[in-house]
Design a protein around this ligand. Structure first.
Ligand SMILES: *Cc1c(COP(=O)(O)O)cnc(C)c1O
Length: 391
């Protein structure tokens, strides 16, 4: 049996066809695929505008800038996420303020949110960690009460539904990511979605070198329009290529089929792991039941275990060619957050305790029963070995 990877993109002939047809068209950037891809993602999120960008991180960075976040501002976020959901705050020159998580959903705990709001709070970034949309609605309500814009980092939740609303529909602006381990991939890529026309315009301009927004011409039309070399502000090249957008369209067309496949794999794990006392397995919020978009399948060891045991289990699984990983180490404990921003162990005890015990298991659309069985068996052997060592 060969290695079982942690994740694997789901690429069919439809995607290959979509990409080759872009190559044949001769138009490789700023074209009709970008527009259509933006439309498809915005529609899925129930938003009016979609702005395709080169990565989820680029999208979060632009969301910060478009909201006017800058030096002297504070932005609230979760310490238990991929690092981009806090780095975007630093990129804008502002200060990240972390709020500890709810241990059940592992998302930012709304009960702790208000205590972290100060007159300097310029935005709140909330994440559907591992695809779980729990608390997003509550966080949105709190943000509204305090008139602080909410940024939904929807990079792990594409296709999910909560309280009847799609992921990507919460707050002032939402951002998706399309790295190859996400539910939808464009190789590299991201998408900002919003109902706010001015914010959308600002993002369009910023992703395109600060060119006047509404200028969709590419270099081919600049002689006529004369605006290709006109720059209104400090912008970035955060555009998404037509090749990537073509891939994204093909993936969006298969989204429901892919989400079903992921739900099926999550179900296979759940049936096998449900009764293990050593593990806490992911639960789906009652209001979202059946509609969660599974990003990864992350279990955690119960509180009788610690980081040493967890790390040994992951190493052991990898030695048996089972991809497993430690999603996520706490952001505030990353070396440069400690050294340059003064965070330390103990600052966010719930996030820390949980992040020391998580194990991401292999999870991808085409996983079959045999592979799931093998992963669970390997996990069990590794846990049993830890139990023997404990005695
Ligand atoms: C994947 C991800 C991003 C964006 O990542 P990119 O690699 O820049 O596309 C942002 N936030 C979270 C929570 C993510 O999981």
């Amino acid at each position: 049996m060969s290695e079982i990877p942690l994740s694997q993109p789901d690429i069919t002939d439809a995607e290959i066809e979509a990409v080759t047809s872009v190559l044949r068209s001769g138009r490789l950037s700023i074209g009709p695929r970008q527009d259509l891809f933006e439309q498809l993602v915005a529609e899925r999120a129930g938003r009016q505008h979609g702005i395709a960008v080169s990565s989820g991180t680029a999208g979060l960075h632009l969301a910060m800038l478009a909201l006017g976040v800058g030096p002297g501002d504070e932005v609230i976020t979760t310490p238990f996420s991929f690092i981009a959901s806090a780095n975007c705050i630093l990129m804008a020159g502002a200060v990240p303020v972390f709020v500890d998580i709810d241990p059940q959903s592992m998302n930012l705990d709304p009960a702790r949110l208000e205590a972290a709001i100060t007159p300097k709070t310029k935005a709140i970034i909330a994440v559907e960690v591992f695809g779980n949309p729990r608390h997003m609605e509550k966080i949105e309500q709190i943000a509204q009460q305090h008139e602080i814009p909410l940024v939904e980092d929807a990079c792990e939740g594409m296709g999910g539904i909560c309280h009847g609303r799609p992921v990507g529909n919460f707050g002032r602006v939402s951002v998706f990511g399309f790295y190859p381990n996400k539910q939808v991939t464009t190789g590299e890529g991201g998408m900002i979605v919003t109902d706010d026309s001015r914010l959308a315009e600002a993002c369009r301009s910023l992703r395109n070198q600060g060119r006047p927004s509404g200028n969709y011409q590419s270099h081919g039309t600049l002689n006529r329009g004369g605006v290709w070399l006109e720059h209104e502000s400090l912008g970035y090249n955060y555009r998404l290529s037509e090749i990537a957008a073509g891939l994204g369209i093909a993936q969006m067309n298969r989204l429901d089929e892919m989400l079903d496949a992921r739900r099926r794999v999550a179900g296979m794990y759940m049936r096998r792991l449900m009764d293990w006392d050593d593990l806490v397995i992911p639960t789906v919020e009652p209001n979202c039941e059946g509609d969660m978009s599974w990003f990864v399948y992350v279990v955690r060891l119960n509180s009788s275990y610690g980081k040493t045991e967890r790390d040994r289990i992951i190493t052991g699984m990898r030695r048996h060619e089972v991809g497993a990983s430690n999603y996520f180490p706490c952001i505030h404990l990353q070396p440069f957050y400690r050294q340059q921003h003064g965070f330390k162990k103990g600052d966010y005890p719930i996030a820390e305790s949980i992040s020391e015990r998580t194990i991401a298991l292999p999870f991808f659309n085409k996983m079959d029963e045999t592979q799931v069985e093998l992963v669970c068996h390997t996990l069990k052997v590794m846990i049993q070995r830890e139990q023997l060592l404990k005695r």
